[in-house]
Design a protein around this ligand. Structure first.
Ligand SMILES: Cc1cc2nc3c(=O)[nH]c(=O)nc-3n(C[C@H](O)[C@H](O)[C@H](O)COP(=O)(O)OP(=O)(O)OC[C@H]3O[C@@H](n4cnc5c(N)ncnc54)[C@H](O)[C@@H]3O)c2cc1C
Length: 397
């Protein structure tokens, strides 16, 4: 039977918003999710979910659904951009489960998003009056002692006890809370492409998370969708960012040009890409506060980071679990719950934001003299990240 702990409005049905919706719905909250897009979905690219994120997803009962679509890599490797030499290797397969208790997953974003969306709609449909509203672009909110009213661009209003802005790096909720500002262009752009394994010579891609570190850029590739597709991300440094629009073939030619001096194996991947697109990479400095009153933020809305630790979505997942627990444990004392959530999350996410920035220096200077020392630090950072048990915290104020 559905118990009613209160109504939480979630702005944004990305990976963070849906994970939060599921955590809250399972804990007996009524959840209203407002998503600006007219259909639920994600971009055609990959995402790595490390053990610290998988822990939450398993707790939510998603183990079988994820295993059915994921690829589990054997190792993570750093390789030299031109020679292809393996510079370092860390275990990610069975060892991840033995060391951290949970697997390391490679997922196609659309598959992962679908697993979450299916779980949310099933849970919300069982007895809860809340729902996911599509085409609902949050325009603003008003809050009072009695609750929060959220209005959408098309003139609808929604009432709740709490509003959580899970609306990404350009968050409208964040803008109303703290005033408009622009995220920082990091000087890096990312090519993203996926391709079918069937298009490649047999054994061309190892069953590992590969990161080829180079000069002024790096190139990551790994299997997704049970090993049927390869996901590629090629990062290059660039002074300015302007969104371009190319045909797919034009984009592929540009992608190849950027990596012309790199190892032939990578060029084979690019030539076989089905779709290529290029994103400017933006981040923000850590924020001193994430919310005010009945309103808070989660995921990229409050700690946008470079993807160079592969932790942006994983941090949003950890946020979601923590926020749901704080709201559950602290009952009607919403202000205390939101403060506790921020206190538990701010330092960890700020550290990962900084680690991700520091990796520009590491990943884009393969011939630096202190490479061995940097690799040691990188391994230690992974142990710290993946070993974190988000469920084992004191959520009460
Ligand atoms: C190249 C690249 C590779 C990456 N790889 C990894 C990785 O391997 N592992 C990892 O953990 N992370 C990775 N990340 C980071 C990860 O993608 C993000 O951190 C994560 O998607 C953030 O999720 P989110 O739900 O906070 O925001 P988003 O995914 O941006 O979702 C926001 C949602 O809110 C909606 N929205 C926006 N505004 C409104 C509004 N006003 N009203 C209603 N809805 C709105 C949007 O439509 C969207 O659905 C990568 C990022 C990049 C760029």
């Amino acid at each position: 039977m559905h118990k009613d702990n209160g109504t939480i409005i979630i702005a944004g049905a990305g990976l963070g918003g849906l994970t939060l919706a599921l955590c809250l719905a399972r804990a007996g909250f009524t959840v209203t999710v407002l998503e600006q897009a007219r259909t639920l979905g994600e971009v055609g690219a990959g995402v790595q979910i490390s053990a610290n994120g998988a822990r939450v997803l398993y707790h939510l009962g998603l183990a079988d659904a994820l295993r059915a679509v994921a690829f589990t890599p054997e190792r993570g490797e750093l390789r030299h951009w031109q020679s292809g030499e393996t510079l370092s290797s860390r275990p990610l397969g069975k060892e991840s489960e033995e060391t951290f208790g949970f697997p390391y997953f490679h997922l196609h974003r659309a598959d992962f998003h679908q697993v979450l969306a299916d779980a949310v709609t099933t849970t919300v449909a069982v007895g809860a009056p809340g729902a996911i509203h599509l085409g609902a672009k949050v325009a603003g909110f008003d809050q009072s002692d009695g609750g929060v009213t959220v209005s959408t661009q098309d003139g609808r209003t929604f009432q709740g006890d709490i509003l959580v802005g899970c609306d990404g790096i350009h968050s409208t909720v964040r803008g109303q809370l703290f005033g408009p500002d622009a995220p920082r262009f990091t000087g890096c752009v990312a090519w993203r492409a996926t391709l079918p394994v069937a298009a490649l010579p047999t054994g061309h891609v190892r069953p590992v998370a590969s990161n080829w570190i180079g000069l002024g850029g790096h190139f990551v590739h790994y299997y997704v969708r049970r090993g049927e597709l390869v996901n590629c991300v090629g990062v290059m440094e660039q002074d300015e960012w302007q969104a371009e629009s190319w045909s797919n073939e034009g984009a592929k030619a540009e992608f190849l040009k950027d990596f012309a001096d790199w190892h032939e194996d990578l060029k084979i991947l690019i030539r076989n890409a089905e779709t290529c697109f290029r994103w400017g990479l933006f981040d923000r400095d850590p924020m001193p506060d994430w919310g005010a009153g009945r309103v808070t933020l989660l995921g990229d809305a409050c700690h946008a980071m470079l993807p160079f630790m592969a932790q942006g979505a994983v941090m949003a997942i950890e946020d979601a679990y923590t926020l749901a627990q704080c709201l559950t444990v602290n009952g009607a004392n919403h202000a205390a719950a939101l403060q506790r959530y921020e206190d538990l999350r701010r330092q960890r996410t700020a550290t990962v934001q900084q680690m991700s920035r520091d990796n520009i220096q590491f990943f884009h200077h393969a011939d630096i003299p202190n490479l061995t020392e940097r690799m040691g630090k990188h391994r230690a950072a992974h142990l710290w990240l993946y070993g974190f048990d988000v469920t084992d915290q004191d959520f009460a104020t």
